[in-house]
Design a protein around this ligand. Sequence first.
Ligand code: GUN
Ligand code: ZN
Length: 438
Amino acid sequence: MRHALRGATLSFHRDPFLHDPESSYTYEPDALVIIDQGRIEACGPYRALADRIEPETPVTQYAKHELIVPGFIDSHVHYVQMPIIGAYGTQLIDWLERYAFVAEQRSADPAVAAATARAFLTECLRNGSTTGAVYCSVYPQSVDAFFTEAERLGMRMIAGKVLMDRNAPEVLRDTPQRGYDESEQLIARWHGQGRALYAITPRFAPTSSPEQMELAGALWQAHPGTYLQTHLSETHQELAWVHALYSERSDYLDVYDHYGQLGPRAIFGHGIHLSEREMQRLHESGSAIAHCPTSNEFLASGACRVHELKDARRPVRIGLATDLAGGSSFSPFETMLAAYRAAQVNGHSLSPLHAWYLATRGAAETLYLEDTIGSIAPGFEADLAVLDLASTPLIAGRLAECASLADQLFVQIVLADDRAIRATWVAGELRHDRGNAA
Ligand code: GUN
Ligand code: ZN
C-alpha cells in the first residue's frame, strides 16, 4: 500500500572522503518520504510534496527530535557466531579454535540455525540495521535457515556457506568439490530470490587448500552477479601463516588474486596490515574492504587505516561492519565510535559525517548496491531507520549544547544505543517500533 513518512531526513549521495563533506549529504528538517510497493517513490521537503499524496494516504509523522536515516548496512558479519558474543577474549587464531569453531558446529542442527537466524535478525532490526553481508557456517542448512528467516522479514541480505577444507575441526570441513557443489545448489536456490543475494565464502586462505581456492574462484567467475567474501590481513600471526602456506605468492592479497577472487562484489574483511601495493590492487580491481573496528579492538588485531585506504589517488571502497561475534556489538553507534577510535590510533580524526557515510552509503558501495540501498532517494528500496535523538536524559541534555548537525550526530555516536532506534522499516514495512514495543 502507498504510504508516507514525515520527519527530518539525513542521507548521503556521495563519498565525503572524496568530495566536500558538507555537500555530500542532504539534510531536510521537514521531509516527506512517499513509499509505494517497498520503494521510495518520492522524497523531499514536505511543502514541495504534500500535494502528491491523497487525503487518505497514511502518513506516519515523526517528532522534531527524531531523524529518518537509511537503514544501517553491515558489510561483514557471522550470524552463526551470535551465541558467543562476549566470550572472554583472546586473539584471533586461539579465539577461532576456542569459540568460533565450537559455535559454528551447533548450526548443523536446522532448528538451532533457524532460532539463531531469527534472534540475529531481530537484533539487527532493534539496532536499525537492514542489510548485511553474512557468513553462515560450512553447513548448507545454515544458509537455508538464514535466507528463510530474512525472506520472512523481507530483508535484503547477502549470505553464503563457508568453504573450509583444512585447518579446522573435521566436522567443519568440506572438500573442494563438495563445497563447490553445495554452493552452486545454494546459488540456484537463493541468489536473486526476492531480496536474497549469494556470496561465495571461502573463510580465509589458511582454511582452504589451493584446490578449494581454485574452485571458489572458478565458481564465482561462473556466476556473475554473486559476491565473494573472505578475510584479509587481520593479524600478524595470520599473515605469517598465509606466507608459510602460500610462499610462492607475493603477499596476502596476491593469494586471492591468483585464484581469481578480486573484482567488483569481492568483499574483504579487515584489511589492517596492507601494503601500498595491496591497496593499489584493491582499488584497480574494484574490490572492497569491510572495516570491523569493534572486532579489531576486541581481538587486538590492529587499527585499519581508513584514511590511507581512501587516498584520492587510489580510493578503495570501504564499509563499516560489526564482524560479530569477533565484534562486540550490534550497534551502529558503537561501531562508528570504534571506527573513530581506530582512526585516532592512526593519527586521524574520523568526523561523524564520514562515520555515518561508512555505515550507510559507503557500506552500500562495498556491496555495489549504492543505487538500491544506503540512501534515501527516489527508486531506492525503502529500508529506513528512525532515530530518537533524545533517547536518554543525558543525550537530551547534551543535544541542547550542539551547534551543528555534525555535533548532534557525534553525540549519538558516543552516547546512543538501541534505545535511540525509534523504528526500523524494511521495504516499506514497519519491522521494529519502540513506540509499540513496550
Ligand atoms: N578469520 C577467519 N575466520 C574468522 C572469523 O570467524 N572471525 C574473524 N574475526 N576473523 C576470521
Ligand atoms: Zn569475520
